[in-house]
Design a protein. Sequence first.
Length: 510
Amino acid sequence: MPLFDAYIVVDWSASSQPNTGADSVWLCGLERDGSVLAERLLANPPTRAAAMTVLTDRLSDLVARGKRVLVGVDFALGYPAGFAARLMPREPTWLGVWKGLSARLRDQPDNDNNRFEVGGMLNTELFGRAFPFWGVPASREVAGLTARRPTGYASGDGPAEFRLCETRATGVQPVWKLCYPGSVGGQTLMGIPRLLGLRRHPWFGDVTRVWPFETGLKTLSRQDPGQVVLAEVYPSLLPVHVPDGSVKDAQQVTGLARHFAELDRRDRLAELFAGDPTLSQAQRTEVEREEGWILGVVGGMTLRTYLRDPQAIYAASWETIRRECDLSHLAPELTDVALRVVHACGMPDVVDDLVCSPGAVEAGRTALRSGAAVLVDVEMVAHGVIRRLLPAGNDVICTLNHPDVADIAASLDTTRSAAAVELWRERLGGAVVAIGNAPTALFHLLERLEEGWPKPALVLGFPVGFVGAVESKQALALNRFGVPFIALHGRRGGSAMAAAAVNALAGGAE
C-alpha cells in the first residue's frame, strides 16, 4: 500500500510584488483514486498569501477525507549547524530558528517584505559583520549586507556555507544567498514563517509533521504519526522537458509530484525518508536537530541513484548550466559560446572571464558558413570539434605534427606549437583560429599578424597555464590589427573549451 494518498509540490518565490508565470509561486497537487492518479491542483497564485490560501484549502479537504499527504516545498527547512545556537541560544533547534525568523520577517499580502533588511540585521547582530547572509539588488543599500559572497565560511568562526545534504547534491545554492539567480536563501526566509503558520493551523496542525525534524531519519510507514508530512524537495533534481509556450516551473512541480507518486506506487518512496545511510550518528543528530535534508538525496546521488539515459543526462546538464550561470553581463551574441564552454569545463564562473570584440561571434559564424578552415594549435582541439555541426564540411587543420615543425622550431628558437603556426599562412586569411593549449602559439600568431600576414576571420584565445597564458590573451584582446576575437582571460583555458567555442559557432549552444 502506498505511503501517501496525495502529493503536493510547491515552487516558492521571494518576490517583493505580485507575480505570475516564470519565477513565481506554483503548486501542483495529485491525488490517488484507487489505481488512478489524478491532477487535482495546478495553481499559480500571484502572492504568497494567496498561495497559502490555496494550500490550506487543499490540505483541509484532504485531511477531512482521511487522506495522507506529502507536501514538498523547494526551499531549505534548516540552516547549517551552529546557526540555531547563534539565533536562539535558549532553543538551538530547527523550531527555534523557525520562531526566531518568524518574529523578524514581515511579509505583506501584496508580497512586500523585509528579507534583505532581516539578512543584514542577522549578520550584524549575530556575527558583527556582513556574514553569512549576502546578496542584495544593485538598486538597494542594506546595512550589514553585501552584494557579493563574503569570505570566512571555512574559518570555523561561524556556520559552514552548505548543509550536509547540500554537499551531497549537485547544483544547489547556499541558503545564505538572498538575491540573484538560484537565490534559495530569499525563498527560505519567506517560506519558513509560512510553514510555521501551517504547522500551527487549527484544522490540521496537530496531524502535521516536519521531516526529518519530527519524524527522524527513517523509512516511514502509514502507521507513523503525521497525516500531513512536510518535506524539503529540490525540483531540479530531475530533468524536465518544457514544451514551447509552457512555464518551466509548472512542468517541474508537476513532474516531481508525479515522480514521487510513481516511486510510492513501486514502494520506493518510503525509504527515501531515511536519508543518506552513510551519515555518522553525529551527522544524523545535526540533520534531525537543525539542518534538515532534501528528500531524494542519498549517498551523493539523487532520486534515481544516477541517470543512465543519454538524453536525460544531456538535458539535465544543460538545465543545470542555464540555472547556475549568470549571463547578464555578457553580450547576448556570446551566450551560446559561454554555455558551450561551461558545458566543456564544468565551471559556471568562467563566464565572468569570457570576453569578445564587437561582431566577433557573427564574424566566426559567417566564416564557417562560407567554408573557412578551422586552424587549431593541438590535436586535442581538432578532435573536440564536432564535424557534423560544421556548416560547410570545413577543414580542421592541425600542423603540430608536420614533419617540418621540429626544424622550424629549432631555427626560430621557439616551441613546436609556435613553429606550427608558420605553416598556417596559406590558409590563414578568413579562417577561424582556435588556440586551446599553447600561449606561445597565440603570441607567435600575433607577431606574424603584426608583420602583415593575412588576417583570420576570428581568433579564439583559450591557452591554459601559469606561464604566458594570461599575457597572451591580454595581447589578443588589445590587438591593433582589427582581428575579431573571443578569449578567456586568466590562467584557465584548454583544448576542450577551445573546441567548445568552435562547436558553439557552428551549431549553437545545444
